[in-house]
Ligand binder design. Structure first.
Ligand SMILES: Nc1ncnc2c1ncn2[C@@H]1O[C@H](COP(=O)(O)OP(=O)(O)O)[C@@H](O)[C@H]1O
Ligand SMILES: [Mg+2]
Length: 321
């Protein structure tokens, strides 16, 4: 049995199809990622799985229960950590957890033990009696993770768990998520628009764009499937036409003074590329990343789609000005 299974899940908002026939099968103990730009339909997918929104059509089973006919059973088996931080600033970390345990109906005699364990797992024991407003961004996320665990769910949904955090703190949060899977044997479904996050954290990734899954596999396999290397050249006036004619060049993209080419057998062909390119100032060759995978399947870079941004990122950006 799959821990989560969705069959052609669809969510429409008026004319807009936010989630378009998503079918997934997720195994126990997996960290499964939904990777895609803002507006791809990740949050909407999670909220249907968490029974917060009803699908327009299709069905899904979470922990063996139908999200349509058994929403209460689904809710009991999952924990959810939302994209927007939702802890109370004016309470201590510990009191936030206590409140949440009550809301989730954790039996009174178990609450303090569960809180203690959860705080230890995310390394907040020493700071539990401080007001959350004094917490750093990373500490808040850790508190939210702890909160999602209090009723001991076997399935945890994390919506952009490191959104807006600096790279170091992000790596830190990944460590806690991995620890959770190891120590608690939970299955995790995590959404992200950070390529490195999907790459580092997830056993398998579904790349989502405009409501559809465009690719699904282990990150290493997705990258390997692209084949070849990516060569990046700095050229002031590149001869694009000549480069495009080379048959071993699979993809080519111009980005300011740089051009990136996906090339099979790059070693063999480098000389010819350099000869055709024009006046080359620098050359760099690397293996494909998930960015390249995204570009391959969508024709766009995930960064290009970031311009609109989410409200949370705008808020973070305006704060740090
Ligand atoms: N309640 C809603 N009403 C109307 N449109 C919505 C609603 N929720 C999400 N959308 C739209 O659905 C699309 C997918 O949104 P979302 O699932 O939040 O994407 P993601 O989490 O991948 O950024 C977006 O175009 C968004 O504007
Ligand atoms: Mg979202």
């Amino acid at each position: 049995m799959y821990v989560v299974e969705t069959n052609n899940l669809v969510k429409k908002f008026g004319q807009l199809t936010a989630v378009n026939r998503i079918s997934l099968k997720i195994n126990e103990g997996e960290i499964f990622g939904l990777l895609g730009p803002n507006g791809a339909g990740k949050t909407t997918t999670l909220s249907m799985l968490a029974t917060l929104q009803k699908p327009t059509s299709g069905n899904a089973f979470v922990g063996g229960h139908s999200i349509i006919t058994e929403p209460l059973k689904v809710r009991k088996s999952i924990g959810m950590v939302f994209q927007e931080p939702s802890s109370d600033d004016e309470l201590t970390g510990k009191d936030n957890l206590y409140l949440h345990a009550l809301l989730y109906g954790v039996p009174k005699h178990l609450i303090s033990g569960r809180i203690k364990e959860a705080l230890e797992l995310v390394d907040l024991t020493n700071r539990q009696n401080e007001m959350v407003r004094r917490y750093s961004g990373g500490m808040r996320r850790r508190l939210e993770l702890a909160r999602g665990l209090l009723h001991e769910p076997k399935i945890l949904f994390l919506d952009e768990p490191t959104l807006g955090l600096d790279p170091q703190t992000r790596v830190h949060i990944w460590t806690y998520i991995k620890k959770l899977v190891k120590e608690r044997k939970v299955t995790i479904i995590v959404t992200t628009h950070y390529m490195e996050e999907a790459d580092e954290l997830c056993d398998r990734v579904a790349i989502v764009d405009r409501g559809r899954i465009v690719a699904l596999d282990a990150p290493a396999k997705l990258k390997r499937a692209l084949g070849g290397d990516v060569i990046r050249l700095k050229v002031s006036n590149p001869n694009m036409a000549a480069l495009k004619k080379l048959k071993f060049v699979k993809r080519i993209k111009k980005d300011g003074d740089f051009i990136s080419l996906s090339v099979n057998d790059s070693g063999t062909h480098l000389q010819e590329i350099l000869k055709k390119a024009g006046k080359v100032e620098s050359v760099e060759s690397r293996s494909p990343t998930l960015d390249d995978v995204f570009l391959h399947y969508t024709g766009r870079e995930i960064r290009d789609t970031e311009a609109e941004g989410g409200w949370f990122e705008r808020m973070i950006a305006s704060r740090s000005r």
